[in-house]
Design a protein around this ligand. Structure first.
Ligand code: KIV
Length: 263
């Protein structure tokens, strides 16, 4: 049976009928296809690719060219899932015109169906401009990786009343800017539940407990393919690093000793 494609408005409809939303990162053609064939609702081309694919320490060095190239590859593999793409660091912070131009490039050159921007109040003008131009936007609050240096690491947010207050406010502000969903990263589960209940648009949690309207994880974390940093909240469904390494070693050995190829 051919499933209907997931759209930005359908995320809200899913929340309205209490259907949980699944989101997983994808970075290339095979992972796009796998996410899609698994029936996952949203393929997120995350700037986490800076770490898990490109080997950087954080997401700050990821460029527009990186995001466009990886998005186009994912888009070639996806038929049903909604393709949401991270706007990289400094592609939307300088001014709203540049933010709109870069969001447009991700759509036109990459095939994005929605873009994701980090931050509440500080990103509100850019988000409004992009939404007004007809590009769906997903917000991102809590631990926002592009602010890693301000936050002093990938540390949990919303831990005191002041910071929780700003997260509640930020979520309401993003909703009035017209975002179609908000990612809540690394915040207390009860706060995430409270924010989710206060909104009509869905929340997608990562390290934010079970009360969000959906969940997102990084593909390499659930596959055990990135060991430099494993977030404690990520569930590892398999561990592909070791068997892959064994396969590479076996191939290397067989080439060296002439066992492969056979006549
Ligand atoms: O870049 C990314 O993969 C993300 C998720 C962690 C939400 O933004």
């Amino acid at each position: 049976m051919k499933l209907k494609p997931v759209t930005a408005p359908s995320l809200c409809a899913m929340k309205a009928r209490s259907e949980k939303i699944s989101m997983l990162t994808a970075y290339d053609y095979p992972s796009g296809r796998l996410v899609d064939e698994a029936g996952i609702d949203v393929a997120l081309v995350g700037d986490s690719l800076g770490m898990v694919v490109l080997g950087y320490e954080n997401t700050l060095q990821v460029t527009m060219a990186d995001m466009i190239r990886h998005t186009a590859a994912v888009a070639r593999g996806v038929k049903r899932a909604l393709i949401v793409v991270d706007m990289p660091f400094l592609s939307y912070q300088v001014n709203v015109e540049e933010a709109l131009r870069n969001a447009g490039r991700l759509v036109v050159e990459g095939g994005a169906q929605a873009v994701k921007l980090e931050g509440g109040d500080r990103s509100a003008d850019a988000i409004t401009k992009i939404v007004d131009a007809g590009i769906p936007v997903v917000g991102h609050l809590g631990m926002t990786p592009q602010s890693v240096n301000v936050m002093g690491g990938f540390v949990e947010q919303g831990m005191d009343e002041w910071s929780a207050h700003w997260l509640r406010q930020g979520a309401l502000q993003l909703q009035s800017c017209g975002v179609c969903a908000i990612v809540l990263e690394k915040i207390p589960a009860d706060l995430a539940g409270e924010i989710s209940e206060s909104l009509e648009i869905p929340t997608i949690g990562i390290g934010a407990g079970p009360k969000c309207d959906g969940q997102v994880l990084v593909m390499h974390d659930i596959l055990g393919m990135y060991d430099k940093f494993v977030p404690p909240f990520a569930k590892q469904y398999t561990n592909l690093w070791q068997p892959t390494l064994e396969a590479f070693k076996a191939y290397n050995k067989e080439v060296k000793n002439g066992e492969f190829p056979v006549e």
